[in-house]
Design a protein around this ligand. Structure first.
Ligand SMILES: Cc1cc2nc3c(=O)[nH]c(=O)nc-3n(C[C@H](O)[C@H](O)[C@H](O)COP(=O)(O)OP(=O)(O)OC[C@H]3O[C@@H](n4cnc5c(N)ncnc54)[C@H](O)[C@@H]3O)c2cc1C
Length: 339
């Protein structure tokens, strides 16, 4: 039995039968052949997983941290990353080489392999905007497949890897396309997200010699460090819940009752209501039960201030879901994966 405390950013004590490392698709196929009947959970950094006890199976982890440019032309570059590359190392690499596209996703914890599962997103950009293809081993056939982006069915924090293909693949590498420009100017950046332009201007003034990509990266990092708990010292999985989408009719009824309710139109005709607002309205912001708590700066984030167990955090999350359901008639779905 192996402890998983070093393998999850909630820092909860949990165990699995073993943690096994692979480098490439051949290694994955070998492991699958060696353990044909085992339950398997591929993970990256465990930064979106809540372990609630013993996992009676094997954890697969990529040890591949290779970042390789496989193709480049005047406009763009293809970069292939091993599934084990730390996502933010990839973002830093892109910014340092003046490859544009990933900078808004600076400092998101986790690995490149998981970026393709989760469709990570922040500040108006999602991983799907960059992903070209994903290399993965099919757990049934043990064959290596290259799956093109358009077949992965990406949506808000979701993909076929999380739904239709759950338990089907172990990802070995991800290929991204970034933009290349001889001279990247501010005009090429995505600063549409609320407050980002102001944060960019402020950072720009304090980094007069930095490239626009570096300025934006530092602006994003500064915002994130203010809002989110530091991964090393406070256990969390980032946003524990997803922002719910409701019908326009439901949104209208809620607005009548709560005129200050923030809401945003989704492209598919539904209305997004920030889960953080719903949770705060139910009085949970800063709430603490032992070491399991709702982060005081961002109520979407559940935290472990020390020795909380996965079960305690799960119980707290259920209480929050119940109260939001009772008050607003809205079902909060968890973004974090409960194991
Ligand atoms: C402080 C904090 C802030 C965060 N902020 C954001 C944010 O701004 N935006 C955002 O989108 N997310 C955010 N997250 C969530 C998290 O960073 C992402 O979900 C990230 O992609 C998880 O990466 P991971 O490597 O830790 O994956 P894990 O948590 O280990 O796994 C996530 C899922 O991917 C699957 N998976 C992982 N690797 C593989 C693989 N090689 N093959 C097959 N399946 C695999 C796992 O089975 C699991 O289902 C945040 C988390 C924290 C702790």
């Amino acid at each position: 039995m192996t402890s998983l405390i070093e393998h999850n950013t909630f820092h909860v004590e949990a165990t699995a039968n073993d943690v096994l490392y692979y480098h490439d698709a051949t290694d994955i196929a070998k492991l699958l052949t060696k353990y044909p009947d085992a339950k398997i959970l591929p993970i990256g950094s465990g930064s979106n997983i809540l372990f609630t006890g013993h996992y009676d199976g094997l954890i697969f982890k990529s040890a591949n941290k290779d970042i390789v440019v496989t193709e480049q032309n005047a406009d763009s570059v293809l970069i292939r990353c091993g599934a084990g590359v730390v996502w933010d190392d990839f973002v830093r690499y892109c910014v340092e080489h003046d490859y544009q596209g990933a900078e808004n996703l600076s400092l998101i914890p986790g690995t490149c392999g998981a970026s393709a599962v989760q469709n990570i997103g922040a500040y108006g950009v999602e991983a799907k905007d960059l992903i070209v293809s994903v290399e993965a081993v099919n757990r049934k056939t043990r064959e290596t497949e290259t799956i093109e982006q358009e077949h992965i069915n990406y949506g808000y924090r979701t993909s076929n890897f999380k739904t239709l293909w759950a338990d089907t693949y172990v990802i070995s590498a991800v290929t991204y396309r970034l933009k290349v420009a001889t001279h990247i100017t501010k005009g090429l950046l995505n600063l549409t997200y609320r407050g980002l332009n102001e944060a960019y201007e402020k950072m720009s003034a304090s980094m007069p010699h930095a490239t626009p990509l570096a300025v934006l990266r530092h602006a994003v990092i500064a915002i994130r460090e203010q809002k989110l708990p530091p991964v090393d010292t406070i256990g969390s999985a980032g946003s524990f819940f997803m922002n719910p989408a409701v019908s326009t009719e439901k949104a209208r009824l809620l607005q009548e009752k709560y005129p200050d309710m923030p809401h945003y139109d989704n492209a598919d005709g539904t209305v997004k209501i920030p889960a953080a607002w719903l949770i705060e309205q139910c009085g949970w912001k800063g709430y603490r039960e032992g070491d399991a708590a709702v982060y005081e700066r961002q109520p979407l984030v559940l935290v472990n201030y020390g020795k909380a167990t996965g079960k305690q955090i799960l119980n707290l999350s259920r209480k929050i879901q119940n109260s939001v359901r009772e008050k607003f008639g809205i079902e909060l779905r968890t973004e974090a994966i409960i194991i």
